[in-house]
Structure formats: structure tokens, C-alpha cells
Write a protein that binds this ligand. Sequence first.
Ligand code: SAH
Length: 347
Amino acid sequence: MYTLIDRLAREHRLDLPEYARLVRDYDKDLAAYAAEKAVALRKAIYGNEVFTRGLIEISSICKNNCLYCGIRCENRKAERYRLTPDEIYACADEGYLLGFRTFVLQGGEDPYFTDDVLADIVRQLKARHPDCAVTLSMGERSEESYAALRAAGADRYLLRHETADPYHYERLHPPEMSFSNRMHCLTVLRSLGYQVGCGFMVGSPYQTPEILAEDLSFIQTFRPEMCGIGPFIPHHDTPFARMPAGSLDLTLFLLSLIRLISPNVLLPATTALGTIHPEGRELGILAGANVVMPNLSPVSVRKKYALYDNKICTGDESAQCRSCLQRRMEGIGYTLSIDRGDVRRLS
Ligand code: SAH
């Protein structure tokens, strides 16, 4: 197994059975070995800098019904809200003063955000803050829509593939959603010149080591600029309410493996990771992640963007979130960077 890690660190690729074996049979020592290699690769490219993105959760209204997600349309108990364009600009303006140079607009698939509405918001954000990157995470849209948003100035798009196994995809989603459309969206986004992020939940129901091997293999071939992974955490008003949460150790090990597959990838230590362990995000950075995404949403809506139970940072002001993360990163010897934080190409 150690020779597999060595080979991955050197060649950045393994085959499916090798990935499956690592995921199935790893132990703490192997994970520590992988983390050490991952951190060395990342430091060679990004030094001790951790990039930060201001996350603005623009809507909890969603037409989709993903079985794992707390804001699925069938959850009648979910509190719904939608930020107005002016509220979104205010969050970004505040974020700019706090040092953010990337804004991530994330939300449910809310029909209010038509191409015209969303493109206008992107244009406004780019006009107000020309030195900032705008990242969208608004789910599946048409090719024309992605093109219009790109033309309006959107730089990046996050769309987790959720699972690279089509049968597993069906068990996590309602029949009207499809694995093939999810993958098609990722291909379209790439072809339009976005920096693209894929990703998955660790420990989602019915996931197996073989499926995780497919996820790693997909990342190896697709080569995303960004990759978001975090533990699955049940939400009490979903069909998966009684399913166990994903494992901290496995999430950390997978972060290291993804860094070894893709040394320059932008890899966040996610809020979900910070939710299952009080030092989850620090541990994520120490396993090979290099991005944190503090919340810039208005405090009044934060609790309503409830994808899973017990989400952290729902009571704090944006400035508190930023300084809390800065302290946490400095505590482990890293600095929060004021930079757009684009992917660094390898020479
Ligand atoms: N509507 C957008 C944004 C989804 S929310 C989209 O479809 O891309 C962002 C991510 O949160 C999802 O891609 C999913 O991987 C994650 N997520 C949703 N429910 C979760 C849960 N119960 N536990 C952990 N992560 C979850």
C-alpha cells in the first residue's frame, strides 16, 4: 500500500482496483503517510497559502428532490428564502472589504434565477469588483444558460458530480434527475472555458470502496480545477435521516489522495468537515486541502440554508467567520491569502 502512495505521488495515477484497495484497507499510519506526501506536493505549488472564497447562499428554494438534501422540494418543513440582487451585492461589498477576492453564489435550483436575472447579477458583481472572481454553484442548467453566464463574466462553476457510479447516482436522486445530464453539464462547463469543480460526499448512503475508486478515477481523467468533498451528514427531514454520517478519517484520507492525483487542484476543507469535527477544517488543510469558504450570507438566512443538520457558522457575522478562520489557519502555520486564488498551472 505504501508503494501505491509513492507511485501516486510520482505519477498521479492508479487503476481502479488500486484505488479500491487503498480506500478499503487504509489505516491511520498509511493516511499519515499520504497526508505528508500530499502536503509536500501542495507546498511546492502554493506554499503556506490557503485561499479563501466568500460563500453567499442566495436561495433555499429548490425544484429538485435529492434524497440527501435538507432543502429538497418535498421537505415542506424547510424554511425558504431568496436574496434580492441588492442583498447579494451588499454581501459581496462587505466581503470585499474583509479581503475576499472570490465570491461563490450557491443555491437551490430556484426558477426565479433565470438566465437574465442571474447574468445581470454576475455582470453587476464583476462591474463592482473587477479584480474578483465570480463562482457559480447553481446546479444543472442548459448549455445556453451556462454560455450566457460565462459571457456575463462568471469565471468558475462548481457542480459536484455526487458519485461517478450511475447506479449509485440513481439511489441518491429522484427518477427525474440523471447521471448522464450531470456529467453532460460538467463537460459543457469545461468546453465553455469555466474553471470547473466536481466532487462528492464521503459516506453517502450505499457508497462502497469500489464506488469511491470510480470517483477518484473520474477525477484523474476529468482533471477538474476544483474539487469539493465533504462528509455526508444526515438531515432529519429527508429520507436519509437515519443514515450514518460519513467518516472524518476517510474524508481526510480522500483529500490526500485527491491532492496526490492532482497536485495543483483547488481543494476546499468544507463546512461539512468542520461540522463533524471541531477542528475538521484545520485537519483538512493538514491532509492536503488549500481552500476555505467562510460564509458571507446575511445572518438572518443562514440557518435556513440547511442542507444537513447542525451546520456550523450559522450564527456569526461575516467578519467573525473570516477572522475565526484566519485564526484557525494561523494556528496551524498557514496564512489566509488575499488573492483571487486561481489554479496554478504546472510548468
Ligand atoms: N444546487 C446546487 C448546490 C447544491 S448544495 C447543485 O446542485 O450543485 C452543494 C453540495 O452540498 C451538494 O452538491 C452536495 O454534495 C452537498 N450536500 C447536500 N446535502 C448534503 C448532506 N446531507 N450532507 C453533506 N453534504 C450535502
